[in-house]
Design a protein around this ligand. Structure first.
Ligand code: URA
Length: 265
């Protein structure tokens, strides 16, 4: 294939990927078969695809059930409250899924270990992968400004993490098995911080935590619960950047205000 044609094909593919991601974010619910393989951190590793082996192209709804065995592995004993340090230690230099192959570093989480408000995003992007911190790229700048200028609190007062701790290639949405494999560590973080309210940022985080495929634009702004903690789904800041409308900004602003108020009750 000549170079111009190859470049054009790449551009068309990139545009198609962006479009797929947007319609998915907007709540299109027809997806291929769901992978419900439970995440068990201590289970023997599945054969991992090599760098050029095909991965499923469409992001899917993760498994509904938390990975209990993996969670126990992070706490030492069943039922014990983990510390963030013990969860991080259990995660180690993780190679449990294919995302470890291309990452620069693990992006575990950031913020106050005793936060009343905890944010769950999707997965690290390029800047996060480079710096080892969640939400420090463009979407992160918007999230930080919504927290600091919008809510009037310092970012360091809240805790921020993602459903997967390694950057998905080309910033694609994490696949079901990747999210399931990382699930026990996210649960461990939530158990360690014990926030009074959780904000789920975007469709993948909300779908994972609620255990079903959600339409984020419909579900946002309504209270749910995760592990006994009030959960507020809202739009992902990357989506707000793409669809920078007064309505989207107002909606997220209202959701965050509600979440902060709930965390202070
Ligand atoms: N950065 C993150 O850390 N998470 C996201 O979901 C997006 C950007």
């Amino acid at each position: 294939m000549d170079r111009a044609l190859a470049a054009e094909a790449r551009a068309v593919l990139a545009a198609a990927r962006g479009w797929l991601r947007e319609v998915h974010e907007e709540g299109v619910e027809a997806t291929p078969e769901i992978d419900r393989t439970p995440a068990v951190a201590s289970a023997p590793r599945e054969p991992q695809p090599t760098a050029d082996a095909p991965v499923e192209p469409v992001p899917l709804l993760p498994a509904a059930e938390p990975a209990q065995a993996g969670l126990e592995a992070t706490t030492g004993e069943p039922g014990a409250t983990p510390s963030l340090e013990s969860v991080r230690e259990a995660l180690g230099e993780c190679t449990r899924c294919r995302l470890s192959e291309a990452r620069t570093q693990i992006v575990f989480g950031d913020g106050n270990p005793d936060a009343d408000l905890l944010f769950v995003g999707e997965g690290p992007g390029a800047e996060e992968d480079r710096r080892g911190l969640p939400f420090v790229g463009r979407a992160g700048e918007l999230l930080t400004s919504m927290i600091e200028k919008g809510l009037g609190i310092s970012r360091s007062e809240v805790y921020i993490c993602n459903i997967v701790k390694c950057r998905p290639p080309e910033n694609r949405t994490p696949l079901a098995d990747e999210a399931a494999t990382c699930r026990s560590f996210l649960d461990g973080q939530i158990d360690a911080v014990r926030p009074r309210a959780i904000v789920a940022l975007g469709k993948p985080a909300t779908s994972l935590l609620l255990g079903r495929d959600v339409a984020i634009t419909r579900i946002r702004g309504n209270w749910h619960e995760y592990r006994g903690i009030p959960l507020m789904p809202t739009l992902h800041p990357a989506y707000v950047l793409r669809q920078y409308s007064p309505e989207n900004r107002r909606n997220v602003w209202n959701d965050l205000k509600a979440a902060l108020a709930r965390s202070r009750e």
